[in-house]
Design a protein around this ligand. Structure first.
Ligand code: PAF
Length: 282
């Protein structure tokens, strides 16, 4: 399996594939790969001639240096895992300098307001960092299709917007959330949870499922109060936000209207570790 650390090497590899008219599927990751990533990669393998996986912990999207420092970095294990799936996968595992060249900083984007909701409020600058790195990676890898999980639903919508703004000729493919049997959404951050936190974390999805169940009959304020109560009862989890939002513009609502699609979004702390999840409501 090819593992490129240098921008020039991956550019060369991509140029050869383009000459051979091979389609390229791309799965950008920050490593610490789990089954959720593997599902994205399998879909990319099924739909493209070749697949590139990037493994890069992007410094510009962290608004908290402790989170950046503690983010799991497991390149050797990741590469070993990928080689079990297919030797044909191309891995791009660059340093920040290879991605950003001499200018390791974010572009200020206007994503039409999507960036000001939920994660945008609690993680200032996060989506500028995501947009900037994804733009750089798309410029390097030139994929035909790129794959993102719906766990980061707001990120997925923002990347679709980025591609529109930058007029980039590729398809963004959103893939369903991959969950443990307990219902906990897979995340690289789960690796840092203690056993007690792991035991309580399934409450997040359980709560979302109950909200979906009650969405037809209860009003938004009652649902929000109920969610706060559930999380208050947990000794390991602390609610940061719970919102019900319009799926297309991600604006939070207080009252639902007919014929609009809604999703519920939640962010929770388990100690220092921040977990997010979401669910389609109708
Ligand atoms: O979802 C992620 O892992 C990251 O935000 C991404 C898209 C790889 C950009 O660094």
């Amino acid at each position: 399996m090819r593992v490129h650390k240098k921008r020039l090497d991956i550019l060369d590899n991509v140029a050869t594939l383009k000459k051979q008219q091979k389609s390229i599927g791309f799965v950008p990751t920050m490593g610490a790969l789990h089954k959720g990533h593997l599902a994205l990669i399998q879909r990319a393998i099924d739909e493209n001639d070749r697949v590139v996986v990037s493994i890069f912990v992007n410094p510009t999207q962290f608004n908290n240096t402790e989170d950046l420092d503690n983010y799991p970095r497991t390149l050797e294990d990741d590469v070993a895992l990928l080689s079990k799936i297919s030797d044909e996968i191309i891995v791009f595992a660059p340093t920040p300098k290879e991605v950003y060249l001499d200018d390791i900083k974010s572009t200020n984007y206007d994503f039409g307001g999507l960036e000001h909701e939920m994660e945008g409020k609690y993680r200032p600058g996060h989506f500028d960092g995501v947009g900037t790195v994804v733009k750089h990676l798309f410029d390097i890898v030139c994929p035909d299709r790129a794959y993102f999980g719906e766990k980061d639903f707001q990120q997925l919508q923002i990347i679709k917007k980025l591609v529109e703004i930058e007029k980039m000729p590729l398809q963004i493919v959103g893939c369903p959330i991959y969950r443990e049997d307990s219902g906990l959404a897979l995340s690289s951050r789960n690796k840092r949870l203690t056993q007690r936190q792991l035991d309580e974390a399934p409450l997040i999805y359980k709560t979302l499922k109950q909200v979906k169940n009650d969405f037809g009959t209860k009003n938004v304020t009652n649902l929000k109060d109920w969610v706060s109560e559930q999380l208050n009862n947990s000794s390991e989890l602390e609610l940061e936000y719970f919102e019900i939002a319009n799926t297309s513009n991600l604006k939070s609502i207080e009252q639902k209207q007919k014929d609009i699609e809604y999703r519920a979004f939640i962010a929770v702390f388990a100690g220092e570790i921040r977990l997010i999840d979401n669910i389609a409501l109708n």
